[in-house]
Write a protein that binds this ligand. Structure first.
Ligand code: UD1
Length: 365
């Protein structure tokens, strides 16, 4: 059986790595890896491949940046001939980026089965490009691998048959579990005693000068209480420069490697972010997370984990930060099946070696 994986953007890499590794243990499986080139800077892509121990891609479509339509169309156009040539039995797509939906569309039109890893997440906010990608990809996929029970319910509510849905846990946490000891080997070297770690890249937060200015102002206020370390996504760095905003008193860094960012998260006093995956990683690490969004497609990080949605309300950010600094941070627990073995469960299902009693897996065999 030939399985082709599609990855394109930074958050895909730590999700695909454990699945590829787990599938390699099944000798009935042959694998190939296609990188769409959505993320192309070494700091956004190559370093993750090295640190996650991923094989080099068999092919890079080199699509690069563009508008949503341009980027999605470029992946579709470049991927179609690759799919026709390689003829995989199953294509695995990851997460919710433009490369994910584009590849799923190409497969669906050519009758190639798609498995979606990290299916079922919903923010119910269709202004988020990722929400559109999630909705469409899940409708096209034959196999939907969910990280948590809310994912199963969302899919069933959208009419997806139960026999296509497999709750396997969180593959991103697989990478974290494997590499946290490596990340922590360096200890707290060069890190302040207390600090806030910040990431910011959502279009809704960074593409509007007024909104971005207000967020930076809030972060400057945070900086009065503790150092703010801010590895900036290229998109955010560009917006700060384009809008002529002042971030001098924030420690703006280039994007960090997977291991360095993990080390910084694990020692942070608080993480302030608008990322999806970081809400999950902080929940696993038990580190307080304040999310600069009104909603989340990862509600277990709020119900069980350490995540608090502060939206764009500076008062709420201030209030939640003061609780954390006063030692009254929300205590969380690790959601079920976030145990470092989600990739193995996917591999076992795909290789047809295990079956969940209530679910049929006949599509793949
Ligand atoms: C994409 C994903 C988002 C994910 C994020 C993680 C979509 C719709 N969005 O957003 O869900 O959370 O990745 O990073 O797929 N750029 C570079 N170098 C790169 C990549 C991007 O300079 O290697 C710059 C370009 O100016 C580009 C901009 O970043 O226009 C945005 O990149 P893009 O891939 O469109 O979306 P992200 O914001 O990275």
């Amino acid at each position: 059986m030939h399985i082709l994986h599609i990855v394109g953007a930074r958050p895909n890499f730590m999700k695909a790595a454990p699945v590829i590794r787990a599938l390699a243990a099944h000798d009935v499986i042959r694998q190939s890896l296609v990188h769409t080139g959505q993320h192309y800077d070494a700091a956004m892509s190559d370093v993750f491949f090295q640190q996650l121990g991923m094989p080099a891609p068999d092919c890079n479509l080199g699509v690069g940046s563009g508008t949503h339509a341009q980027q999605t169309a470029a992946v579709m156009q470049a991927f179609e001939p690759v799919l026709l040539e390689r003829k995989p039995d199953l294509v695995l797509v990851y997460g919710d980026v433009n490369s994910t939906v584009a590849a799923a569309l190409v497969c669906a039109k050519l009758g190639v089965r798609v498995g979606h890893v990290e299916a079922g997440l919903r923010s119910r906010d269709r202004t988020m490009p990722e929400e559109i990608n999630r909705l469409v990809t899940d409708q096209l996929a034959e196999l939907l691998f969910t990280p948590s029970a809310d994912g199963d319910l969302n899919l069933k509510d959208e009419g997806i048959p139960a026999e296509k849905i497999f709750r396997v846990g969180n593959v991103m946490i697989d990478s974290l579990v494997k590499l946290l000891p490596v990340a922590q080997r360096q200890g707290r070297e060069n890190l302040p005693g207390r600090y806030a770690l910040v990431t910011l890249h959502r279009p809704a937060n960074v593409d509007d000068s007024v909104v971005l200015k207000r967020i930076l102002q809030s972060l400057l206020e945070v900086g009065q209480d503790l150092p703010v370390i801010f590895p900036a996504h290229p998109r955010t760095r560009k917006r700060i420069d384009d809008f002529g905003l002042n971030a001098d008193r924030l420690q703006l860094l280039d994007p960090l490697s997977y291991l360095e960012f993990l080390r910084m998260q694990s020692h942070a006093t608080v993480v302030i972010t608008d990322s999806g995956g970081i809400q999950e990683e902080t929940t696993y690490l038990g580190v307080p997370c304040l999310t600069l969004r009104e909603n989340t497609e990862r509600p277990v990080t709020v119900s069980l984990g350490t995540n608090v949605l502060v939206g764009r309300d500076p008062d709420k950010l201030r209030f939640e930060l003061s609780r954390i600094l006063a030692g009254k941070a929300k205590k969380g627990s690790i959601p079920p099946l976030w145990d470092g073995h989600a990739g193995e469960r996917i591999a076992a299902l795909v290789a047809g070696e295990t079956r969940q009693p209530a679910l049929s897996f006949s599509q793949v065999n």
